[in-house]
Design a protein around this ligand. Sequence first.
Ligand code: HEC
Ligand code: HEC
Length: 274
Amino acid sequence: MTKVRTLLSAALVVVLFTPLTAFPFDAPEYFENKCLSCHSIGGGDEVGPDLKGVGEKRSEKWLIEFIRDSEKVISSGDPVANELFAKFKYKKMPAQELTDAQIKSLLEFIKTGKGGGASSYRAATEANTFDVSKGHDLFIGTAKFKNGGPSCLSCHSGGPNLTSFGGGTLGPDLVTKSYADYQDKGLNKVLSKISFPTMAEIYTASPLTEEENYYLRAFLRVENLKYQQTINEAHHNGDPKNKFVLLGMVGALSGLLGADAIFRKRRKKTKKPY
Ligand code: HEC
Ligand code: HEC
């Protein structure tokens, strides 16, 4: 009897705790790894639709079925699914092997969460000089990344103020070009899930932490500002170097025009006999 009882209680323990221990489901983390590359929550449409408020637009049943296997719902002829499928250029959303409960907790997260990196997004404009110098050290490699990724300088140059350190030429110049192209938010996003072909493998194995991402942006922002400033000063203050360039251009232009005029006259002359 006692044996049966202990067996029973052991079975109960297993039944009660298996789902919790075997599937520690972390909805925010799952969303970040499996959904965020195509969806934002409140950040606008991307590869797939913005998921903000999707819980109010669709029934829970529909959402569970769609998230688990969108293709099945689409091929069943469901009008909403087909409309979405066409609107998003017939991109297929990958099927997810999830239980109803797991999808429900994802939906709960979507209802309350912010995606697109926004939940943890810290703007580089908040940075102080410590943050900036931290970013500088990480960028050039005097400080190491927590997960062991290589320094950015091994493949990228760091703008005109970092020339003394050299810097790689494999990737684009992040200070003069990329920071302006992506802006802070965009850069936060691409650095939190790096998918540039040359970098993806390295940094998926050793991702940047949120803090490192922030420090790097803080550094790149300041360097970009310095760079913009030198350009602006050169324009406004009539940098003598620029004047010479301008004079040179005017000279070259008048030279060309002169040559053209002479050439035309000649052409006219040679054309006359015909
Ligand atoms: C590879 C890109 C991609 C990934 C990854 C992805 N989706 Fe989608 N999702 C789409 C596209 C594209 C659509 C639009 C419908 C279609 O084309 O199938 C969509 C549609 C949806 C819809 C319907 C939106 C609406 O307005 O009704 C929901 C909900 C959804 N996705 C949730 C998720 C969740 C949750 C995850 C992560 C588990 C995820 N998606 C991962 C691309 C993706
Ligand atoms: C192994 C070389 C390598 C390393 C290390 C590397 N990158 Fe890159 N990166 C590249 C290359 C090459 C590209 C161009 C796209 C491609 O081919 O992947 C690129 C592209 C980028 C872009 C997009 C640039 C644009 O203008 O579109 C950003 C942003 C970027 N890298 C940031 C970083 C940061 C920040 C680091 C340091 C944490 C870093 N990279 C480290 C090679 C590298």
